[in-house]
Design a protein around this ligand. Structure first.
Ligand code: NAD
Ligand code: UDP
Length: 319
């Protein structure tokens, strides 16, 4: 197959490029580097099966070859306003990537009679009133909130994807991704795992926003990519949660990272740095992924963090 991957220079996009190439597919990566980094693709230089187009997906997408599969991952993804990459600092770009970018990427799939997979998110559930979150939950999103630019863009993207499926017959898939971490997350990303790992490696206290009792469920990148590929190859058109159902408080995450990095500095509570509408709890119900895709995460938090630490050490030394 020839696969178009938007957001290819980002964390997940670059791992998807590697996964597709390893399976013998041809990959065209597309990115405008707004939060991504060409370094994430540097190892693919000279690969005959890989090419790259620098382009903002919010503008009409021209691809000079027949495409069989579109994996649409282009979008800022970090909620942290302290990061230059945080989507609250890129609000219009985020809404355009989710709305116009998804429209253009669906247009490529339609024109090529290609399969299309949308990278959606657990954020479409907002600050959830149902726990754990099943795909049938409609969500609890504040349209006026600081996070709404991302949440609502992804909700619109899901609806547009279903409209292209129902009205134009495009062969679509929707994955709702829950917190995923691993090598190639940007040092400037601002999400909790890159923040904590860098602080720990500098022997600084880890910055816990709020009281640290809010929860997330962290999935290692290799598990996520394997699940996404299974979904892409399945016949399932309705959304599927992919994530790790093991739930931790931010205090537990901080303790694990401090232990694995031998950081004696502990934690510091930053009560006011927690952004508005920050979900209090999040854990995927992965019954659908288990039954439809026969998929389960395999990498524990400890193992995943141990795989990620060397990347951050190296990236911090070369920054
Ligand atoms: P990332 O910031 O590392 O990657 C996003 C990539 O998209 C970057 O390379 C960026 O430059 C590119 N991009 C953004 N807007 C673009 C545009 N208009 N045109 C072209 N390229 C553009 O983030 P990530 O964690 O790899 O996230 C990738 C996708 O997965 C996003 O769609 C995100 O919403 C989704 N997602 C990620 C997670 C997670 O935990 N990592 C969770 C839920 C959803
Ligand atoms: N968080 C934190 N310290 C940080 C960064 C984030 O305590 O340095 C918290 C944040 O308030 C949230 C959780 O960690 O409750 C996960 O945040 P992240 O930015 O990783 O993504 P989210 O799951 O909110 O999209």
């Amino acid at each position: 197959m020839r696969v178009l991957i938007t957001g290819a220079a980002g964390f997940l996009g670059s791992h998807l490029c590697d996964y597709c190439l390893k399976q013998g597919h041809e990959v065209i990566g597309m990115d405008n580097f707004i939060t991504g980094n060409p370094k994430n693709l540097a190892h693919l230089a000279g690969n005959q099966n890989f090419s790259f187009i620098r382009h903002d997906v919010s503008n009409f997408i021209f691809v000079p070859a027949k495409i069989d599969l579109v994996l649409h991952f282009a979008s800022p993804a970090s909620p942290n306003p302290q990061s230059p990459y945080g989507y609250t600092n890129l609000p219009i770009q985020t809404m355009k990537a989710g709305a116009m970018g998804t429209h253009n990427a669906l247009g490529v799939a339609k024109a090529n009679q290609a399969r299309f997979l949308l990278a959606s998110t657990s954020e479409i559930y907002g600050d959830p009133l149902e726990h754990p979150q099943k795909e049938s939950y409609y969500g609890h999103v504040n349209t006026m909130g600081i996070r709404a630019v991302y949440d609502e863009a992804k909700r619109f993207a899901e609806s547009l994807t279903m409209a292209y499926h129902r009205f134009h017959g495009v062969d679509t898939r929707i994955v709702r991704i829950f917190n995923t971490y691993g090598p190639r997350m940007s040092l400037d990303d601002g999400r909790v795992v890159p923040n904590f790992l860098q602080q720990a490696l500098r022997k600084e206290p880890l910055t816990i926003y709020g009281d640290g009792l809010q929860t997330r469920s962290f999935c290692y990148v290799s598990d996520l990519i394997r699940g996404i590929w299974k979904l892409a190859m399945s016949e399932e058109h309705m959304p599927v949660n992919i994530g790790n159902p093991v739930e931790n408080t931010m205090i537990e995450l901080a303790e694990a990272i401090n232990r694995l990095t031998n950081n004696p500095a502990g934690v510091v509570y930053k009560a006011h740095d927690r952004v508005g509408d920050d979900p209090q709890q999040r854990r995927p119900d992965i019954t659908r992924a288990r039954t439809i895709l026969d998929w389960e995460p395999e990498v524990s938090l400890e193992e995943g963090l141990l795989n990620t630490i060397p990347y951050f050490k190296q990236a911090m030394n070369h920054d």
